[in-house]
Unconditional design. Structure first.
Length: 272
C-alpha cells in the first residue's frame, strides 16, 4: 500500500513538473507563428479615390481587407492556399461566399505574394496606382445558398465571420444570358413557368442576374527566373462580381419574369 501511494505521489509530481514545460512549448509555438506572419498596409489610388488595403500572410493563410471605395463594397477575405478555398465576406452586406482560390487570380504560394508586397513597400513607398495593374475580372454565380459550415475542414475558415451566411459559388458560364432588373409583365409570365409552359413549348433555361455586392483586391506577385535571375512582378486588380441563377423561358429578359432567382436547382427536371 505504501508503495502504491509513493508511485501515485511520483506521478503527480511528474505531472506538475511537466506543466511548465508544456506551457513553454505552447508559448514558443505561438511566437513562431507570429514571427512567420507578415503584415502589409498598401495605399491604393483608384479613379481619384485613395484608400488603404491591408494584407497578412501566414504560411498557407492569406488575409486581405479592402475598404468600400467607388462602386466596390468593403470586403474581408481569408484564404487557405493548401486547401484551395477562400471565404470572401461582405460584413456590411451580411454575407460570405466560398470561392475556389485556383480560379480567383491569386498565386498558390504566399512567398510569391510576400515578395511582391515587399517590393511595393521598399521600392514604391507602399503605393500602387490602379492604372499600373492588369484587371482580373471574376464573375461568380451562386450555386448553393446557406451552406453548412461544417463542410469546411479548416477551423479558421469555418469560424471566419461565422455569424454570416455562406454561399457556394463557381465561375459564371462564358455564354451566360444576362437579365435586366425588372419588368411589369412578371406576374403573367411567371404563371407560364408555374404551368410549365413556355412559348412554342420551349424548355426553361438558366439565365443570370447580378447581385448587389462586388469587391476587389490589389495584389502584387514576384517570381525570379532561376537561370537569368530576372524578376517578374505582375500587379493585379482582382475584381469579383456575384450573380444569381434564374429559371426562365427563352423569351424572358428580366428577373421578375423568372423563377428561382436565388436558387440554382431546377424544379422542371434536367435543365438544358
Amino acid at each position: 500500500e505504501h508503495y502504491r501511494s509513493r508511485v501515485a505521489e511520483d506521478v503527480s509530481s511528474s505531472s506538475r513538473n511537466y506543466k511548465p514545460l508544456i506551457m513553454k512549448v505552447f508559448l514558443l509555438l505561438c511566437v513562431v507563428a507570429l514571427a512567420t506572419a507578415k503584415h502589409y498596409s498598401m495605399r491604393v489610388l483608384e479613379k481619384g479615390t485613395l484608400f488603404r488595403e491591408t494584407i497578412q500572410t501566414e504560411g498557407k493563410y492569406q488575409l486581405v481587407e479592402v475598404p468600400a471605395h467607388n462602386d466596390r463594397d468593403h470586403i474581408v477575405v481569408l484564404s487557405n492556399l493548401e486547401l484551395g478555398q477562400a471565404v470572401y465576406c461582405f460584413p456590411e452586406k451580411g454575407m460570405c461566399f466560398l470561392i475556389p482560390t485556383a480560379e480567383h487570380g491569386a498565386e498558390p504560394d504566399s512567398q510569391v505574394l510576400e515578395a511582391g508586397m515587399d517590393q511595393v513597400m521598399t521600392q514604391r513607398s507602399g503605393f500602387l496606382g490602379a492604372w499600373e495593374t492588369v484587371v482580373k475580372d471574376n464573375k461568380w454565380v451562386v450555386m448553393e445558398q446557406n451552406v453548412d459550415r461544417s463542410i469546411l475542414t479548416d477551423s479558421r475558415l469555418r469560424t471566419f465571420h461565422k455569424d454570416l451566411p455562406l454561399h457556394m459559388v463557381e465561375k459564371l458560364p462564358e455564354d451566360a444570358v444576362m437579365l435586366q432588373e425588372s419588368t411589369d409583365a412578371g406576374a403573367t409570365v411567371k404563371r407560364q413557368l408555374i404551368d410549365r409552359t413556355c412559348r412554342n413549348n420551349a424548355l426553361p433555361r438558366h439565365m443570370y442576374a447580378v447581385t448587389s455586392p462586388s469587391g476587389c483586391e490589389y495584389l502584387v506577385f514576384c517570381t525570379t527566373d532561376e537561370v537569368t535571375n530576372d524578376s517578374n512582378c505582375p500587379r493585379r486588380h482582382v475584381t469579383d462580381t456575384f450573380y444569381m441563377a434564374c429559371l426562365c423561358c427563352p423569351e424572358h429578359t428580366s428577373m421578375s419574369q423568372c423563377l428561382h432567382c436565388r436558387d440554382l436547382p431546377c424544379n422542371f427536371g434536367d435543365c438544358p
